[in-house]
Design a protein around this ligand. Structure first.
Ligand SMILES: NC(=O)c1ccc[n+]([C@@H]2O[C@H](COP(=O)([O-])OP(=O)(O)OC[C@H]3O[C@@H](n4cnc5c(N)ncnc54)[C@H](OP(=O)(O)O)[C@@H]3O)[C@@H](O)[C@H]2O)c1
Length: 340
């Protein structure tokens, strides 16, 4: 065995031991969402991939069962915040979450549920293109359909998935007010909104937007520089980070990613992550999440793995506090150019 393989094996053993020890320590820390009194765990579990495919007709009973197990594992590992969308596997992800809720009562009591609407698949109805739809009618109908699939009486945070080019803020405001009055939604948020789009929508709303869910990771640094995180800090909006491992590029490799993520290069970043992972006795993924957690805007990374062991070991990020120097070492490894 080479020295390198020996070091690798020692790291694997340390990792396994630390996951075991971690299971018996304090529950995951929580943070307030936006300016509200609602609290959520610092890591969310994302249900985009829990059906094992993105197409409803390809979902098998075994895949559904694995999805339910992934959600239950996440809950037991301390994640009490779950992110979904009506479009994830054409509603199957929400159905799987509903199944998990029926199976585990504690999920009904303690899980904060965030889901989304506003993206419409093609051919719904027949002949229609893929599009975004923030019409009041679509928002209201989507909410009812999500509640049914989730088996829930209320959604904690209802998010608009991607900015509709035809968004009429007053119309959205009317839909939000009706949903809130009907007790179907507690709070609202947005996803993939630019800072100016947040200002525009907020100007028409009675309720304060609690979250803006955007892609942030060492593979996607945009929100650190385009004003998104500045606005989150200034307006007390919680940033949620989707694809915190760049869809897998920052972990052990990506299986299925969005077209925009295909070109991500991670070699240099992984080497920088591995160095810190060895020092902390955790996985490189946990360090990538800790990098997000270190930001003062209180970013909530949305963990997307479907593998129980990975769900558990990534929860360790909650216990890691990177120093400014460690944060910058990762940041500079991730940047295309040197800091000015
Ligand atoms: N608002 C939006 O527009 C939007 C867009 C995309 C996602 N999201 C949300 O963000 C969540 C997370 O996104 P994501 O799934 O792309 O997150 P991610 O954590 O960046 O990527 C997870 C993927 O990486 C793979 N992976 C490879 N090596 C890994 C390792 N060592 N550890 C962990 N995962 C590893 C996983 O495969 P295995 O499953 O085999 O482990 C999985 O396919 C979604 O579930 C969804 O809730 C939102």
């Amino acid at each position: 065995m080479t020295t390198e393989t020996q070091a690798g094996s020692v790291h694997q053993v340390l990792l396994a031991v630390s996951v075991l020890v971690f299971k018996f320590v304090a529950p995951m820390q929580t943070v307030p969402l936006g300016n509200s009194t609602l609290k959520a765990t610092r890591l969310a579990y994302g249900c985009w991939r829990v059906a094992g495919t993105w197409e409803r007709e390809r979902v098998t009973p075994q895949a559904r069962a694995s999805g339910v197990q992934a959600i239950i594992t996440a809950h037991e590992a301390g994640y009490k915040f779950f992110d979904l969308a009506d479009i994830y596997c054409d509603g199957v992800s929400e159905e799987i979450f509903g199944q998990a809720r029926r199976k585990v009562r504690a999920l009904q009591r303690s899980a904060v549920i965030a889901t989304k609407c506003g993206i419409r698949p093609p051919n719904s109805p027949e002949g229609a293109p893929y599009r975004y739809d923030f019409s009041a009618n679509h928002i209201m109908k989507s909410c009812d359909a999500s509640l049914k699939r989730l088996g829930a009486e209320r959604i904690d945070i209802y998010q608009l998935h991607r900015p509709d080019y035809l968004m009429d803020p007053d119309e959205v405001a009317k839909a939000f007010t009706k949903l809130k009055k009907a007790g179907k939604v507690k709070h609202f948020g947005v996803s993939n909104f630019s800072p100016s789009q947040v200002v525009l929508l907020q100007s028409a709303l009675k309720q304060k937007l609690l979250v803006n869910q955007v892609e942030i990771s060492l593979s996607q640094l945009g929100p650190l520089e385009d004003g998104t995180l500045d606005q989150c800090l200034a307006e007390k909006i919680t940033p949620m980070a989707w694809s915190p491992l760049g869809g897998g590029h920052l972990g052990d490799g990506a299986r299925q990613v969005l077209p925009s993520q295909e070109g991500y290069r991670a070699g240099k970043i992984r080497r920088a992550l591995d160095k810190l992972a060895r020092e902390h006795g955790v996985s490189r993924g946990a360090i990538a999440l800790a990098w997000l957690l270190r930001h003062p805007a209180r970013i909530i990374p949305i963990v997307g793995t479907t593998k129980p062991a990975r769900i558990q070991e990534l929860a360790q990020a909650d216990n890691i506090e990177l120093t400014r120097e460690q944060w910058y070492a990762l940041f500079t490894a991730a940047r295309k150019t040197d800091l000015p």
